[in-house]
Ligand binder design. Sequence first.
Ligand SMILES: C[S@@+](CC[C@H](N)C(=O)[O-])C[C@H]1O[C@@H](n2cnc3c(N)ncnc32)[C@H](O)[C@@H]1O
Length: 218
Amino acid sequence: MKSIKIFLLLILVSVILSPCLRSQDLIQNPELDKKVKAFLEENRYRWRDMNVPAIDGQLLYDIILDKGYTRALEIGTSTGHSAIWIAWALSKTGGKLITIELDKGRHKEALVNFKKAGLSGYIDARLANAHELVPGLEGPFDFVFSDADKNWYKNYFMAIDPKLETGGCFTAHNISERRSRFSYGQAEFLDYVKSLENYETTVNSAGGGLSISYKKSK
Ligand SMILES: C[S@@+](CC[C@H](N)C(=O)[O-])C[C@H]1O[C@@H](n2cnc3c(N)ncnc32)[C@H](O)[C@@H]1O
C-alpha cells in the first residue's frame, strides 16, 4: 500500500514539475533573446507587407515551444515577421525553418530583417513559387505555417500531409469559422482539414484567424 502511495506521489510531482523540466530542456541564449526582443519591439508598428499581427506571431512561437518542434516550414515569408517568431522559437528547440517567398523585393527585405534579428542561422529562405517548390520538398516536417495564396491552401496541405509527422501541426492564417464570399479558398481548406479523422483542428481568432491542426495519426 505504502509503495503505491509513493508511486502516485512521484507521478503527481512529475506532472507538477513537467513544465519546469521542459523549459530546462530548451536551449538558453539570453544574448539572442535580447536581440530578437529589441528587433521586434523596434519594428512593432512597421510591418506593412501583409504581415501577421504580433499576437499571431506569439501564438506560433508558443505552439513550437510547447511541442518542441524542430523541422518547420513556412509558405509566404513576405518581409519576415512570422518567420522571426517561428525561428526564435526554433533557436530554443534546436530546429530550423524553411520559408518560401515569390516576391523578390519582399524576400530581400526578409533576409535583411533576419540578419538584424540575429536569426539568419535558423532560417533557410527560398525565393520560389511555392506551387512548384512545396510538392518537391523532402521533409519530414513537424510544424507548418501556411500564409501565401489562400486559394492554394488545400493544395499546400495535401502536398505536405504525407511529409508531416504524427504529432506535428499544420497552421494556416486568415482562417475564420464564418463564411464570406471573399474567403472561398480558406473555407475549402478548413472544410477539408476538419473532415479528416486523423487531424484535430481548432481556429484561434484572437488575431487574424489561425487554424491549428494537430496530426493524431498517419
Ligand atoms: C500574407 S503575406 C505573408 C506574411 C508573412 N507570413 C508575415 O507574417 O510576415 C503572403 C506572402 O505570400 C507570397 N506568395 C503568394 N503566392 C505565393 C506563391 N505561390 N509562392 C510563394 N509565395 C507566395 C506573397 O508574395 C506574400 O508576400
